[in-house]
Design a protein around this ligand. Structure first.
Ligand code: FEO
Length: 401
């Protein structure tokens, strides 16, 4: 287990976790993820972030190949969530650091997660600088990206930004750099998946923070998960992509997600799709039985319209739809057009409730929900087609705007 030198005297000492799947309530890409940690060797040796619980041995083993762990002077905790600081007690116990740096808000997280520790913790704020020899560390708080304690560390002498969670992706691979990953389309998808499932609620904060980061001279951007962005082109690519994802400008594409009991709502969903497609809006149709809630949300990245379908079940919607809507609402998508549909046997509240769920996400709802009693016949399918058509027209106007 070797450290990997990403710049002179700066090493990746993290760990690749091929088995981990559940992450912040979202299902990771099928190959797992990485917990990236970085060691900077200088007059003061500094470890940036650690790894998940149970993985301290991997970090220490890797680190020890280039430096005796006891010679680490400082630990910087850019983010105190357990995937980065869950092994802190074990690592700090071995290293016995002279200081542990956290953000101002990090003091609270430290107290919450490690109340019995008496470590030499120092809180820093944006602009604070620590000299470590030939290099300086400049801290920048990035509150709510994506936790209150989040901050990034910039080393101007190396043009290196250590960015904790932001700009990451859940990828488990032998590659360390983004330009070594051989499937560009998949790489972009993983960035979208990560952003839409973790960062999306804080899109306005991303847009406020990007200008401050863009003022820095960066030629390597190293997150705490996944691959490292290097070179001016690689750094520009991820910064631009974050701006685009955070802006959430309308995309001419529709997500249709649904659950069905006896296929009536499924038939309606296909008719809605026809109405969209035949009016210039490509669709992504997803059954919530067959797709994880995080996969459905990832599709939102490319969709300006959101159509939800469920039969009425016990005076409400089917439980997987309720779960999907709750998850989506928490992620606070912006700037979407919505539509709702579904079948019913007797009481028929489902489609109206879907409509209310989407409206509560501040989606523009140009049409009334379409409800169909029992099995959709010609009239009901035509109403679904019309629903798709109307939403497509509204979306096209918004996109062409
Ligand atoms: Fe990678 Fe927010 O923890």
């Amino acid at each position: 287990m070797q450290p990997f030198e990403i710049k002179k005297d700066i090493f990746w000492v993290g760990c690749v976790d091929y088995d981990h799947r559940d992450f912040h309530g979202y299902s990771r890409s099928p190959d797992g993820s990485t917990y990236n940690a970085y060691l900077v060797k200088d007059k003061k040796n500094v470890l940036f972030d650690t790894v998940a619980p149970g993985r301290a041995g991997t970090l220490l083993c890797r680190l020890a190949k280039t430096l005796e762990p006891e010679k680490v002077d400082y630990i910087v905790c850019n983010h105190l969530e357990p995937d980065h600081a869950g092994s802190l007690a074990e690592i700090a116990g071995r290293v016995r650091p002279e200081k542990i740096f956290v953000s101002q808000a990090g003091l609270k997280s430290m107290q919450g997660y490690h109340p019995s520790q008496n470590w030499p913790v120092q809180a820093v704020k944006s602009g604070d600088t620590v000299n470590i020899g030939k290099r300086n560390i400049v801290f920048q708080e990035t509150r709510m990206l994506h936790w209150p304690d989040s901050m990034v560390s910039y080393i101007p002498e190396d043009k290196l930004l250590l960015s904790q969670d932001i700009f990451g992706q859940n990828i488990a691979s032998s590659a360390r750099f983004a330009d070594e990953f051989d499937d560009e389309g998949e790489f972009v998808k993983r960035i979208k998946e990560y952003f839409y499932n973790i960062v999306l609620p804080y899109s306005p904060t991303v847009l406020k923070t990007l200008p401050a980061l863009e003022k820095l001279d960066i030629d390597m951007l190293a997150p705490d998960h996944g691959l490292i962005h290097r070179g001016t082109g690689g750094v520009r690519f991820i910064l631009d992509m974050y701006r685009k994802l955070a802006e959430q400008k309308p995309q001419k594409r529709a997500l249709v997600f649904y659950d069905t009991m006896w296929k009536s709502t499924e038939h309606m969903a296909y008719a809605v799709c026809s109405g969209l497609e035949e009016n210039g809006v490509p669709v992504r149709l997803m059954s919530v039985k067959n797709n994880h809630h995080s996969a459905v949300v990832t599709e939102l990245a490319d969709c300006g319209a959101v159509m939800a379908g469920s039969p009425t079940h016990n005076n409400t919607v089917l439980p997987l739809m309720a779960a999907q809507l709750t998850y989506m609402k928490g992620l606070r998508p912006l700037n979407r057009i919505g539509g709702a549909f579904g079948s019913y046997g007797w009481s028929g509240e489902g489609p109206r409730q879907l409509q209310e769920h989407l409206a509560a996400m501040k989606m523009e709802m140009p049409c009334a929900p379409v409800a169909c009693n029992w099995i959709p016949g010609h009239e009901a399918l035509r109403a679904c087609h019309e629903l798709g058509k109307s939403v497509a027209e509204t979306l096209r106007k918004k996109c062409d705007g």
